[in-house]
Design a protein around this ligand. Sequence first.
Ligand code: 5AD
Length: 330
Amino acid sequence: MTNSEAILKIAGGHDAGLPMLAEILSDETIDEELFDAANSVKMQSFGSEVFVRAIIEFSNYCVKSCSYCGINAGCGIERYRIEPDELVRIGIETGKIYKTVILQSGEDPYYTAEMLAGIVRGIKLETEAAVTLSVGERSLDEYRIMREAGADRFLIKHETSDEGLYRQLHGQGLLSRLDCQRHIKELGFELGGGFMVGLPGQTNETLAGDLLLLKKMQVDMAGIGPYICHPDTALLGCVDGDAQKTLKVLALARLLLPNCHLPSTTALNVKGGMKDALFCGADVIMQKATPIKYRRLYDIYPGRDAEDIPLGEQYEKLKRTLLGFGLHAK
Ligand code: 5AD
């Protein structure tokens, strides 16, 4: 079977094994066919609508030492926290403009599950917005408290499916991360997973494994973004992930998971990939709603994708941009 035939088969719903996916990723002659197939599948699932979601980065404190991340515990950066009352106020303001509010932070135990639950309740009381949490690894009981408060979705990526590479980057095994994903699914959250493209040591086989792991964990959403080297981390000097490769992985994810939400990730937007992503499988855009004074401190990776303009204006501007592409903000 040629790679072109394989693409059509996967788009038609046939299962794909790891070697087939890795082979497609290594073929540099089939990008257009792959992107067109992914766009057709996306159009069937979501039409020309793009889901727009707002992300509030509320604390850059972190107890973890992920070696790629610019806010890891070992980085000598200025730290900030938004206190719960203030966060509820910002969440409500955001939820009146955007249909989904994502609350993201480093792994910061300052915010107990009860505090996070109170924040979710406060936002849900005053808005219709869906609330997504992205606060890292917690116990099943803690996730339950957040879920019972009304949190709709939870984002926690597997980052890489290669056990050895995962351990090297995180200082701990992949298993506890996957347990978190299982617990989140069990509790009835929509699960957002995902991984990075271009991590040092990663191969096309690793990426094929990443795609298959998304399927196995039954993710409802998957953020797939290029790794971007942060000079203040242990990985300084590493080469950034490639935007084109990221688009190929995204397109394959769309073929394998026709109904899954796939954002054009902020990391991909930083690399100028937003428009292309929307035409090779992505159906979601995330926009920053972090208070402007904190944005430069939430420095996971270098580069900016947001202008420092008021939220309402930012949303209207995105709507116009999408219209220019023939797409509609939902
Ligand atoms: N480059 C790209 N993405 C990164 N993330 C963290 N550090 C980096 C980096 N250097 C991503 C991870 C994490 C999300 C919040 O940001 O995938 O899950």
